[in-house]
Design a protein around this ligand. Structure first.
Ligand code: SF4
Length: 196
């Protein structure tokens, strides 16, 4: 349920209600038997609580009806769940099922495009199947390494490979990075040459 709680809100907000939510509704069966009113009361601080409580209860209903209350560790089955998009499918597979899947959001997309010079013709590249396939290839096959890989990408994206003003000079990836080779290093070389 956690990925659904995280939709359109922040980790910090979810952390405020998560323990109470899990105490109240530890399983899809428990969530389904609870009234919408009880669910709304707990998730109210997240906002959109009317819509969100309906989505959570509907998800619990499908999990109970189709999967006996268990979250399936199968990509196609996860895609059948209401309100579950491609990113959430990957997140469940990676974190709950320990399968090495990419978590291709805006941040990972930016880092991957810059380092590997991968192009996308889509308006929203993080939804591009081509980029998903590419990202899948670079995720380590070991599940523990795959998790650490994603934490590393998140850190890199947030602190160094920022959307505006990437801090290439201090980046540990700069020797492998196409963006750095083509723009930053290229600029330095041409500046050095023009000073002769
Ligand atoms: S060298 Fe620059 S563009 Fe490349 S990954 Fe690092 S910060 Fe991003």
């Amino acid at each position: 349920m956690a990925p659904l709680l995280l939709k359109r809100t922040t980790i910090r907000q979810v952390a405020r209600i998560y323990e109470e939510f899990m105490r109240g509704f530890p399983t899809p069966h428990a969530l389904l038997s609870a009234g919408e009113k009880d669910v709304k009361k707990i998730i109210k601080p997240l906002g959109l609580h009317n819509k969100r409580s309906k989505e959570l209860i509907e998800l619990a209903r499908v999990l109970v009806d189709k999967f006996n209350g268990e979250v399936p560790c199968d990509k196609e089955k996860l895609r059948e769940l209401p309100g579950v998009g491609e990113y959430m499918v990957s997140e469940v597979l990676l974190r709950a099922c320990r399968k090495p899947e990419p978590l291709l959001d805006i941040n990972m997309t930016r880092v991957v495009k810059r380092i590997f010079s991968v192009k996308s013709a889509k308006k929203n590249p993080y939804k591009d199947p081509v980029l998903w396939s590419f990202a899948k290839m670079i995720v380590p096959k070991d599940p523990d390494l795959a998790e650490r890989f994603h934490f590393g990408i998140l850190d890199l994206a947030r602190k160094i490979c920022r959307a505006r003003d990437p801090r290439c000079d201090i980046c540990p990836m700069k020797d492998l990075c196409s963006y750095y080779a083509n723009s930053v290093r290229g600029r330095k070389v041409s500046t050095a040459l023009s000073s002769y």
